[in-house]
Design a protein around this ligand. Structure first.
Ligand SMILES: C[S@@+](CC[C@H](N)C(=O)[O-])C[C@H]1O[C@@H](n2cnc3c(N)ncnc32)[C@H](O)[C@@H]1O
Length: 230
C-alpha cells in the first residue's frame, strides 16, 4: 500500500506504536532523527516562544504529542489539537492522566473559530504542520488567533519549507514546481520568507524569521517564524 507523504491518518498506523518520530515523519532515510536534533527543535521553540512557567500553550496540529511533551516542564498547561484520529489516540494513550495537558481530535481552522475559552492561552505553537493547511485555513488560523485569542502575543511556526530554497530539497531531475502550492503534496505549501511575511502582516502579525543551526538536518531548506502581535 502506497501512502501520500502528507498522510498522517493511515500511514502512522503501519508503524510500531512507539515509533513516535516515524509517525510524524521526523526521519532521515527512514530513521528517526537523533535526540540531539530533537533537542535543537525544543531549544528553538522555547527560545522563540520565550516560554515561561505561567504560559498556557496551544499546540496546533500537535501530531502524537511527542514534541509537545518536551514543553510540559516549561509551561503551566498545554492543549494540543490535530486532525489525525490515530495520532491523537497515541497522544491520549501517553498523556491522558496528566491534568494540565490535553489533546483533542480537531481541525485547526475550525477549532480556533469555536474554542469556547480562547483567553486561557498565552502562546501558540504550530510545528511542522502549517504547510499542510490549505491557503484559506492558513489565513483563517492567523486571523482568528489575532481576533479571538487576545492574550496570545506570540506564535511560533516551525519548520516551514522555504520556496526560495526548494531546489536544495528536490533531486535535480524532478519537476517539482506544481507541488509547491499543494497542501496535500509531501511537504505541503512552500512559501518564501516574504510570502509568509505578507500573510502574517495581512492578518495582524509582525514576522521574524529564525534559521536553525547549520547542523540541523533540515536547515538547508526550512526556516522558523516568530509572529508577534502588531
Ligand atoms: C509533520 S506532523 C507534525 C506534528 C507535530 N506538530 C510535531 O511537530 O511533531 C503534521 C501534523 O499536522 C496535522 N495536520 C495537518 N493538517 C491539519 C489541520 N488542518 N488541522 C489539524 N491538524 C492538521 C497532521 O495530522 C499531522 O499530525
Amino acid at each position: 500500500m502506497q501512502y501520500l507523504k502528507s498522510d498522517y491518518k493511515e500511514y502512522p498506523k503501519t508503524l510500531p506504536v512507539d515509533d513516535l518520530w516515524g509517525q510524524v515523519r521526523r526521519t532521515v532515510n527512514g530513521k528517526p532523527i537523533s535526540p540531539e536534533q530533537i533537542q535543537m527543535i525544543v531549544d528553538a521553540i522555547k527560545s522563540g516562544l520565550e516560554l515561561n512557567s505561567e504560559d498556557i500553550v496551544l499546540d496546533l496540529a500537535c501530531g502524537n504529542g511527542a514534541l509537545s511533551s518536551y514543553l510540559f516542564d516549561d509551561c503551566s498547561g498545554l492543549f494540543g489539537v490535530d486532525s489525525s484520529p490515530y495520532l491523537i489516540q497515541v497522544a491520549l494513550s501517553r498523556f491522558a492522566n496528566l491534568p494540565s495537558y490535553d489533546f483533542k481530535l480537531l481541525d485547526a481552522a475550525g477549532y480556533v473559530l469555536n474554542e469556547p475559552d480562547p483567553d486561557r492561552f498565552t502562546k501558540v505553537l504550530c510545528y511542522g504542520s502549517f504547510s499542510f493547511f490549505p491557503e484559506k485555513d492558513a489565513k483563517a488560523v492567523l486571523n482568528v488567533i489575532h481576533s479571538r485569542f487576545k492574550r496570545v502575543d506570540r506564535i511560533f511556526i516551525g519548520n516551514l519549507p522555504d520556496k526560495d530554497r526548494a531546489h536544495f530539497f528536490y533531486p535535480k531531475e524532478k519537476d517539482y514546481v506544481t507541488e509547491l502550492d499543494d497542501p496535500t503534496a509531501q511537504i505541503g505549501i512552500w512559501r518564501s520568507e516574504n510570502e509568509l511575511r505578507t500573510l502574517a502582516e495581512n492578518n495582524g502579525w509582525k514576522l521574524r524569521v529564525v534559521n536553525m543551526p547549520e547542523a540541523f538536518y533540515a536547515a538547508h531548506y526550512r526556516f522558523d517564524a516568530i509572529l508577534e502581535r502588531v
